[in-house]
Design a protein around this ligand. Structure first.
Ligand code: PXP
Length: 267
């Protein structure tokens, strides 16, 4: 079954917009995480950025304590954040780029350029019992390098796919269906889109290398059905679309709607 990790960074972004530096405030990303879990999410994702622009240290420690599913900590590979991860012991770390020199042209992590440093961090995290994922563009050279680093997972960057989808289908494509009777956009035929083809071949290549494959960034109620063409997916990490939908229908309903759409992914 395709799993859903809900990224709660955007809940913290809203809190920080009003309460930055105050050590408290609403909405509480930890409370949101618990609602996501009780709605059926398989994991919670939070990105502790070097600049702490949304998730704060206190959030990840509380999350570690209270969530019952899997905690996926997104982080840059820096000494400070790596040190926190090794103490926090999330179930999995997803290494993401935060600085310009760490990213490839498609904005995923430049694994080729940082292979030795990533292999070292990967080993330290694995030795502490933490699985490792690398957030990369569906680029054959980056996927091969991820295999050499020895991470357990990659997370395929779906940003270009999502952008291409909304260009082809217009902004309305981002709107979820309004009623249960309205068919999902399963018939949306982006199978010929170059971004989708890159995801398909990236997932195939990674699977052949023994990597497990997650995907995320820019996924929405509208573009998600097209992902059923991408093989071997284990988990999707979705934040913005779910948190946005929650503003109108509530977080529990928003998570459940996404899970329902994901049921169409082939076993
Ligand atoms: N995966 C990774 C690695 C991310 O950094 C993010 C947040 O930018 C997401 C998934 C979720 O993206 P979105 O909020 O667009 O769903």
């Amino acid at each position: 079954m395709l799993k859903l990790g809900v990224n709660i960074d955007h809940v913290a972004t809203l809190r920080e917009a009003r309460y930055r530096g105050r050590g408290h405030g609403e909405p509480d990303p930890v409370e949101a995480a618990l609602i996501c879990e009780s709605a059926g999410a398989h994991g919670i994702t939070a990105h502790l950025r070097e600049d702490r622009r949304h998730i704060q240290d206190r959030d990840v420690w509380k999350l570690r304590k209270v969530i019952k599913t899997r905690l996926n900590l997104e982080m840059a590979n820096t000494p400070e954040i790596l040190g926190i991860a090794l103490k926090l012991k999330p179930d999995i770390v997803c290494v993401v780029p935060e600085r310009r020199q760490e990213i490839t042209t498609e904005a995923g992590l430049d694994v080729v350029g940082q292979q030795a440093a990533l292999a070292d961090a990967r080993k330290r995290l694995n030795d502490a019992g933490i699985e490792v994922s690398l957030f990369i563009a569906p680029d054959p050279a980056q996927i091969e390098a991820a295999g050499r680093v020895g991470s357990q997972f990659i997370e395929l960057h779906t940003g270009s796919f999502a952008e291409g989808f909304s260009k082809r289908w217009g902004e309305a494509a981002h709107e979820p269906k309004r009623s249960a009777n309205e068919p999902a956009r399963e018939d949306a035929p982006p199978t010929g889109s170059p971004e989708l083809l890159r995801l398909i071949s990236g997932a195939t290549q990674a699977h052949a290398l023994g990597l497990r494959v997650n995907a995320g960034h820019g996924l929405s109620y509208a573009n998600l059905p097209a992902l059923r063409h991408v093989p071997h997916l284990v988990e999707l990490n979705i934040g913005h679309s779910i948190v946005s939908r929650a503003v109108t229908v509530g977080l529990e309903a928003a998570v459940k709607e996404m899970l329902r759409l994901m049921e169409n992914y082939p076993e």
